[in-house]
Design a protein around this ligand. Structure first.
Ligand code: AMP
Ligand code: MG
Length: 520
């Protein structure tokens, strides 16, 4: 097995001088060296062929003993020095101080076909940042991260990737509902991959400690390797760096709103500096379209990270990043302007995105009204987001179809579609019909275009749970079935029509389907 190792993070940035793997505050350093934990009986459950090839590996490699041992942390790759990254963050709006990779261990960085990848094991044991926890991960959260990150990639949403999913062979104690009922679960390890795992919190930690020097070192490093086009670091490049991060963050969240993804824990330590979806914890997919929905039971009281708040939370998090970068930029007005630009662009880009979901290629002054009134309607009676938008492409003014009839499969309570609700829907379809008349695209072309932005298949919460239930019993077929299904989320897959269906009733209030905690 040949990997082209090109370590930069741990060769160019300051390391923690203490080598002992003990929990502590780590100062003036970007990372600490650690060795992954030996596992009892590692077993590979799935490998992503796309990611394998991206790293320059083959399917043969993936079958080797070396592969199993390396990607479960049992063997350290020759000439590498694994490490855990130091970062801080705001959790649910409050500064939490040092967090860091408590259960993620970076193995190495790889260069292949002019692309640079950092590879990281999640659940491979304790680090100086593990605080009160064990550094491990369970099978259920690992299946969820593995399947969802690859699915997001194929949906065209910026995201970290996953190379492999393995059982560690060790048992892990977890209290899923935080109600005092702890139980042992199977331990698992995901190998995840990204150009960088730097987060907003990676930058915040240094100004919080009044360590401007390390902050500058890290920002210069990040610009040099990940925002190279900005050129030599200076006060103005630092501001441009912030603007670039803002633009990428916005782009990512707009994609989330397009596909109905709710991250669930948008703390600043869970926002990538590259604008990639990172840290798949208690995330969820909208079934009934609902701005107030969050899958995260830990957030059920205030719903800070609900679907409809994600763009605003992006702004809140960028504001924290702006504060962190201020000592280098010292231009409050510049930062404020760029935060203002985020808010303005968020509004326009959101409308542009929603226009594509409705198949509108031109702009019309009435579009925002049409979109907002649709959002209100979608929430009057429980309406499946994915089925609604996918079905909508079959509607046309000319085919004399009834609008509601076209999208009828999306309604969870069809009998609620009476009286004023029905009237309102019919009125909306009339406005939509009028609006479509201003478009020049043929029905067929519009349908095709809409089907490239409105996915047919997403990883519904209950689907992941079914794969987890089977995997718990030692049956991994559904993991592979869903992995294959979600590689082509925009395609019609007649053999997989059963996954183009509303959430079954049993999943409505089931733990793991509509209720997820941070316990993982
Ligand atoms: P998260 O909510 O997953 O983003 O995690 C917040 C912080 O807790 C991060 O610093 C994680 O590394 C740490 N953490 C979460 N789970 C564990 C665990 N099982 N062991 C050690 N640290 C953890
Ligand atoms: Mg995290």
């Amino acid at each position: 097995m040949q990997l082209n190792i090109k370590d930069r993070f741990n060769t160019e940035l300051p390391a923690d001088s203490i080598l002992e793997n003990s929990r502590r505050q780590v100062k003036e350093a970007c990372f600490s060296y650690v060795t992954p934990k030996q596992t009892k009986k590692p077993e590979l459950l799935h490998v992503s062929p796309e990611m394998l090839h991206s790293l320059g590996l083959t399917e043969e490699d993936a079958k080797s003993k070396d592969f199993l041992n390396i990607f479960t942390g049992n063997t350290v790759l020759p000439n590498t020095k694994p490490y855990a990254m130091c970062y801080g963050g705001h959790q649910f709006g409050n500064w939490a101080g040092q967090l860091g990779d408590g259960r993620a261990i970076n193995l190495a960085e790889i260069e292949h076909e002019n692309k640079h990848w950092a590879i990281q094991l999640k659940g491979a044991g304790e680090t100086p940042y593990s605080r009160t926890a064990d550094g491990l991960a369970v099978l259920r959260s690992s299946v969820r991260e593995y399947l969802c990150s690859e699915a997001m990639y194929h949906l065209g949403v910026p995201t970290t990737r996953a190379l492999s999913l393995a059982l560690s062979g060790d048992n892990v104690l977890r209290d899923v509902l935080y109600n005092g009922n702890s139980a042992y679960e199977k331990g698992a390890i995901v190998c995840r991959v990204a150009p960088s795992f730097l987060r907003f919190g990676s930058f915040q930690i240094f100004p919080a400690r009044e360590d401007k020097e390390t902050l500058k070192t890290l920002v210069d490093y990040t610009i040099k390797h990940h925002f190279t086009y900005l050129g030599m670091p200076s006060k103005s490049t630092y501001l441009q760096f912030f603007e670039a991060v803002s633009a990428r963050t916005l782009d990512m969240i707009i994609h989330w709103q397009r596909v109905g993804f709710v991250h669930g824990v948008m703390n600043t330590d869970n926002l990538s500096i590259l604008g990639q979806t990172i840290d798949y914890g208690p995330y969820g997919w909208l079934e009934g379209y609902d701005h107030d929905w969050t899958p995260n039971t830990t957030d059920s009281q205030f719903k800070r990270y609900r679907f409809g708040a994600q763009l605003d939370i992006g702004h809140w998090n960028l504001y924290q990043l702006a504060n962190a970068l201020y000592p280098l930029i010292e231009d409050a007005e510049g930062l404020q302007n760029s935060l203002k630009a985020y808010s303005e662009k968020a509004k326009t880009q959101y409308i542009e995105m929603m226009r594509t979901k409705l198949g509108l290629l031109t702009e019309d002054s009435s579009d925002a009204k049409l979109i907002f009134s649709l959002e209100d309607l979608l929430q009057l009676t429980e309406t499946d987001m994915t089925i609604f938008f996918r079905s909508l492409s079959a509607f046309s003014a000319e085919n004399s179809l009834d609008g509601l009839e076209t999208v009828k499969d999306a309604f969870y309570m069809p009998n609620e579609l009476s009286g004023t609700i029905r009237k309102q829907w019919n009125a909306w379809f009339e406005s939509y019909t009028e609006r479509l008349k201003k478009e020049t695209l043929s029905f067929q072309d519009r349908k095709e275009k809409m089907n490239t932005v409105n996915p047919k298949y997403v990883l519904r919460n209950y689907m992941a749970q079914l794969a987890i239930d089977d995997a718990d019993k030692g049956d991994y077929k559904l993991i592979d079935d869903l992995f294959q299904l979600l590689k082509k989320p925009y395609d019609e897959q007649p053999e997989n029509e059963k996954w183009f269906a509303k959430r079954p009733d049993w999943a409505r209030h089931k733990v793991g389907c509509s209720m997820l905690s941070c316990s993982s």
